[in-house]
Design a protein around this ligand. Structure first.
Ligand code: NI
Length: 176
């Protein structure tokens, strides 16, 4: 296990559409090692989600772990560490929900993004078993943000208003 370097906006891998994970790869030692590295990296950098392209692995794999309670995103519900392989998302609630998002690949900034308030995701889990989750609000935002990375998109592409992109220090000073 190892903490990997998170690549930042400007690195071409962040703008690529990632390849599906071959189901046969899921049980392998190499896959387990990559996943362990992603978990270590997420914990070391202190985020709530990480997509494989962020460590320069252009495959459709993401992890999300949201500790409940007060975070830098305010008071949020929790989601235990969940692994998503080849996720497919369906919007189940179009009502827009606005969140001041941040991204480990765009460090030091926060931007206001409005996304559908409810989604259903079908994906494989870390054993390659199908799993379905329905999430709403903040957790639906985290999920959509992470899966955007698999399609070469960053939250800054989705700003509701370009004026609502701020350095985190200014965000904390002026909008809290
Ligand atoms: Ni991100």
């Amino acid at each position: 296990m190892a903490v990997r370097k998170i690549i930042r906006m400007g690195h071409p891998t962040l703008r690529k559409v990632a390849q599906p994970v071959a189901p046969a790869a899921i049980g392998t030692a190499a896959f387990a090692r990559l996943l362990a590295d992603m978990i270590d990296t997420l914990h070391d950098y202190g985020g709530v989600g990480l997509a494989a392209p962020q460590i320069d692995e252009s495959i459709r794999l993401a992890i999300i772990e949201v500790p409940g309670g007060p975070t830098r995103y305010g008071e949020v519900p929790s989601l235990p560490l969940t692994v998503f392989v080849n996720p497919r998302v369906q919007v189940i609630d179009e009502t827009l929900n606005g969140v001041w998002e941040g991204c480990l690949s765009v460090p030091g900034l926060r931007g206001y993004v409005e996304r559908p308030g409810g989604v259903r995701v079908d994906a494989l889990d870390r054993q390659g078993q199908p799993q379905t989750l329905e999430l709403s609000g903040f957790l639906a935002t985290v999920l959509q943000h992470e899966f955007d990375h698999l399609d070469g998109k960053l939250y800054i592409d989705r700003l509701a208003d370009p004026a609502k992109l701020m350095f985190e220090e200014e965000f904390l000073r002026w909008t809290q």
